[in-house]
Design a protein around this ligand. Sequence first.
Ligand code: FAD
Length: 299
Amino acid sequence: MKLKEIYNSQKPVISYEIFPPKGEPSEMKEKIEALLQELEVLSEYKPSFISVTYGAGGSTRDKTFELVLKIKDKLHIQALPHFTCVGSEKDEILQNIKEIQHANIENIFALRGDPPKGETKFIKPKNGFGYANELVDFIRANTNLGIAVAGYPEGHPESESLEKDLVNLKRKVDAGADIVITQLFFNNEFFFNFVERARKTGINIPIVPGILPITNYAQAEKMASMCGCTIPDDLATKLRQHQDDNKAIRDIGIEHATKQIKELIANNVPGIHFYILNKPNSFNINHLKLIFSKQRQLR
Ligand code: FAD
């Protein structure tokens, strides 16, 4: 089903975001199998799709694609491959997006991507794209894939202002994006303000909040600083006070995510996109199960 139809026919739409396992090629089969087993447990909550990230510089392209096919064929859940412009020329991008379409994958997440490691500025590849709106345009012109794009409630880290960032988001929407999935945030006010400003800018497609349930103090801080998102003072204080107590951190994470989700659903969001950090020891099914059990509105 295309993203447009998914968000038209179901509410709230539940989706998960995972990344391809890291490690030696010899370990990959086992790691992917273990991940699929865990996702099978989470399929109980009827996610409408699972999105699979695309490593920096296209480094995980084959793994992303392999995992997407496995999710689709083995779990019978729709899978959404992320795709970035980093290091790719148009011919290669065309080949890749056609391949995705031929594999009967219906949707794609179109991103610019971050500059490769060691570089601070994104350099447009020769005969490639400099911004995600160009990629969206290209995908629209060459395939009939449904398209998700990224939005930033607290602004993209490179952006001069929230206003300019929204103008640029509007470019992606005008180029043909079907939905916006947001960067993670821990304070719903950022999301509500973002949606209000986006609507005023004329962005009328679904804007889906991305939620990271905190399971680990160091990881939450790292993610927040990488993504340029704020941890509210009261939450940061609580996390710091219990930083050596994993169980307490998990309880705080569950409580906070539950509160965020309840308020978002009460405000009629189109869905919740869960960032599942599927690293060993932090991809915690029980954690998510507890969140779901506290949310009557979630499936
Ligand atoms: P763009 O929309 O192109 O924006 C990049 C910057 O340029 C912004 O500051 C914007 O304001 C500005 N800008 C945009 N268009 C124009 C224009 N036409 N003219 C001038 N300025 C412009 N990264 C990965 O490598 N792999 C992933 O799988 C991945 N998944 C993600 C999933 C989500 C939900 C999110 C929120 C981010 C994800 N990212 C991923 C990170 C993303 O690649 C980075 O945030 C990247 O720096 C920007 O990508 P973008 O598609 O938002 O870029």
